[in-house]
Design a protein around this ligand. Structure first.
Ligand SMILES: [Zn+2]
Length: 329
């Protein structure tokens, strides 16, 4: 049995495996540019963020109905459960779907069909986090939040993702303020390929409670000190960093130095269908490539539950932490 863990950085659209993409394309009469799953899997060998995003948005077009989103989420939850995930806080990108004519209801209710029954069906508790695409306008983000209002009982928080460079957090100040007023939790991708200042801005201007990625904080010792002092969690995604060339090889990943610095790090899979591994694959990869000890791995698992948005269910958090403490490697 794998180490029990929470997954806090996971884009549901990034869990679309080639086989499911072809199944959904067939069901919906969508023609893909690829002859078969082998050829599509070859296309998953991109070199940088932009080439990944191009494929990511292209394949999303197979998602059309509530049932498609339900099937996508169930496929992820099945894999996640097998990898020791006990709690998943799942990102989705509504703008990408609204832009191609779907409505918010199809996306949220479709995902909810799986998430609402995830505990019974998969033994995984869940939260849903609505992400804004940072390469879209601030007005578009506000419109998206408005469209989500009828579904806020399904949505725990907001996030910010997609191409980081050139799209500073300051652009989204107003939508984060509005979301805070609605009682939503706040996270944002920052310091993945963008500079450490984007992390500082996200904290100061957007009021974020967790940093997604954030590994470039290591370039700014004062920022590291602040993140340690304020116990701000970071959701790191090691296999994603290698595939998108944020680090050259896994052996170069700053995770050990970040843990040594006292940062509250977690390990996650980001877009696992595209980046070569789900949650425990990432744990095993850092264990092998970075030589992390069992106690370090246990610390990462503990951190994942400490960083979870489980303030409304502390009993559950305590139960998960006890599972981690009792785990025998
Ligand atoms: Zn991400």
């Amino acid at each position: 049995m794998p180490l029990p863990k929470a997954e806090l950085h996971l884009h549901i659209e990034g869990t679309l495996e080639p086989e499911l993409a072809f199944d959904l394309a067939a069901r919906n009469g969508v023609k893909l540019r690829y002859a078969d799953t082998e050829e599509l899997r070859e296309a998953y060998r991109f070199e940088d963020l932009q080439s990944f995003l191009n494929l990511y948005y292209e394949l999303m077009t197979v998602l059309r109905t509530e049932r498609d989103f339900e099937d996508l989420a169930n496929a992820y939850l099945t894999r996640a459960a097998a990898q020791g995930v006990r709690h998943a806080e799942i990102f989705f990108d509504p703008q990408a779907h609204l832009a191609r004519g779907l409505d918010m209801r199809t996306v949220v209710e479709g995902l909810w069909r799986a998430l609402g029954r995830s505990e019974e069906n998969h033994g995984v508790s869940t939260r849903l986090i609505l992400c804004f695409l940072r390469d879209e306008s601030a007005d578009s983000a506000l419109e998206t939040l408005e469209a989500a209002r009828p579904y806020l009982d399904r949505i725990t928080g907001i996030g910010l993702d997609s191409a980081e460079v050139g799209h500073p957090p300051a652009k989204f100040r107003q939508v984060y303020e509005t979301a805070a007023g609605l009682g939503l939790r706040r996270v944002a991708h920052a310091g993945e390929e963008g500079p450490p200042e984007y992390i500082t801005q996200s904290l100061d201007l957007l009021g974020i409670e967790r940093v997604d990625h954030g590994l470039r904080c290591m370039e700014d010792p004062e920022l590291v000190e602040r993140l340690v002092r304020e116990r701000v969690p970071l959701t790191l995604c090691p296999l994603s960093n290698v595939r998108l060339r944020t680090v050259d090889t896994l052996a170069d990943h700053p995770l050990p130095a970040m843990l040594d610095a006292g940062l509250l790090c977690t390990v996650n899979s980001d877009d696992p269908a595209y980046f070569g591994g789900y949650a425990d694959d990432n744990f095993r990869a850092v264990r092998e490539s970075l030589g992390l000890t069992e106690e370090r791995l246990r610390e990462l698992a503990r951190n994942s539950f400490l960083a979870s948005f489980l303030e409304d269910d502390e009993e559950r958090r305590a139960r998960y932490l006890a599972e981690v403490d009792a785990y025998v490697f």
